[in-house]
Write a protein that binds this ligand. Structure first.
Ligand code: F2R
Ligand code: MG
Ligand code: MG
Ligand code: MG
Length: 310
């Protein structure tokens, strides 16, 4: 497999962080309009990230350290402890209540499988927390299928419900396809979505991905996409909208981010996932310099991109 350029590795990481930080003020809102987004873009304040980026940083650091050691791609027990340590260090980053409880158990020594399985009365979490952090998996894998499998394995550390895992698998495969596609050729939407179908053996996911295809075909507005796909904190109710935001504007990361923010609902997370896909395809240079300079996590993301590229 040809190597990943530093620009695209950095784009994947910065795109996720920009979506998270630009979307944070809008999280939970029923609607977001273009003027509000423009005001957040124009402001000069630092762009603070939330749990989405905090956990992405922890996962990316784990992948980079494993790569330097020539170990397996992940060490699940160690990764679970590192994710829990990221929560412990900054519990105020906006974590979901289920996630906080799982991390607290792991941090206190409970094995991750027991901790994740105990969530929500034993159902496990179907939140999008596994999907929102997973994009860096695309940087160390060599096929969409492998990205999906590794994504699911990193997801089940906290998300025992199948939809939590499927969300991570879908977003990981999408990030792989975005990263490995030729940016000089238009994205083949049908083929892209066919690969995502293969990544997730699940009727409800296939049904959502079919709707994504139709919404691309009709150039649906974000408000309509939110109703057709969902925009909530569940994986099934947010990952499809993020994939759609990317596929609506695959060669314009700023347009992808704005579309994702206007989907509203879990805006930070939908924009983080969409931004990672856009940056993976178009590279870091496609984001406005002024936004990147405001990112609180910029230095850490640059360092990790250097270690994960190549
Ligand atoms: N949690 C938030 N934002 C709202 C709170 C913000 C915070 N209080 C603040 O402003 O400071 N954002 C972050 O959480 C989402 C990722 O969630 P994750 O990590 O999957 O967490 P959790 O708690 O496991 O799941 C999220 C919610 O989904 C519902 N849910 C999940 N599984 C369920 C099940 N089996 N049965 C019923 N409900 C289930 C619950 O409502 C969970 O709280 C991202 O948006 C991130 O930005
Ligand atoms: Mg968040
Ligand atoms: Mg969120
Ligand atoms: Mg390197």
């Amino acid at each position: 497999t040809p190597s990943v350029s530093r620009d695209r590795a950095l784009g994947l990481l910065l795109g996720g962080a920009l979506g998270d930080a630009l979307g944070a003020p809008f999280e939970g809102r029923a609607a977001v309009d273009a003027a509000e987004i423009a005001a957040v873009e124009r402001a000069a304040n630092p762009l603070a990230h939330t749990d989405d980026t905090a956990l992405t940083l922890a996962l990316a650091a784990h992948l980079a350290a494993r790569r330097d050691d020539h170990g397996g791609l992940v060490d699940p027990d160690a990764l679970a402890r590192e994710l829990a340590a990221a929560w412990r260090a900054e519990p105020w980053r906006g974590y979901g209540p289920g996630a906080a409880r799982v991390f607290e158990l792991i941090d206190n020594g409970t094995p991750w499988r027991a901790a994740a399985s105990a969530a929500f009365g034993g159902a496990g979490s179907f939140g999008n927390g596994a999907a929102m952090r997973v994009a860096p998996v695309a940087l160390v894998t060599t096929s969409a299928r492998q990205a999906a499998e590794l994504g699911a394995r990193t997801g089940e550390l906290t998300h025992a419900h199948e939809h939590g895992r499927f969300g991570a698998a879908t977003q990981a495969a999408a990030a792989y396809l975005a990263l490995r596609g030729d940016p000089a050729r238009p994205v083949d939407v049908t083929r892209f979505l066919r690969e995502l179908h293969r990544a997730v053996p699940s009727r409800p996911w296939h049904e959502k991905l079919n709707r994504v295809a139709e919404l691309v075909r009709t150039a649906a507005e974000p408000e309509h996409a939110a109703r057709a796909l969902g925009n909530d904190v569940s994986a099934l109710g947010s990952v499809p909208a993020a994939v759609l935001a990317f596929l609506q504007h695959p060669d314009d990361p700023v347009a992808t981010l704005r579309y994702a923010l206007r989907v509203a609902g879990d805006a930070d997370t939908i924009a983080a996932m969409a931004g990672a896909l856009a940056g993976a395809r178009c590279g870091a240079g496609a984001f406005p310099r002024a936004w990147v300079d405001r990112l609180e996590a910029a230095a850490a993301l640059h360092e990790l991109a250097g270690r994960l590229a190549g």
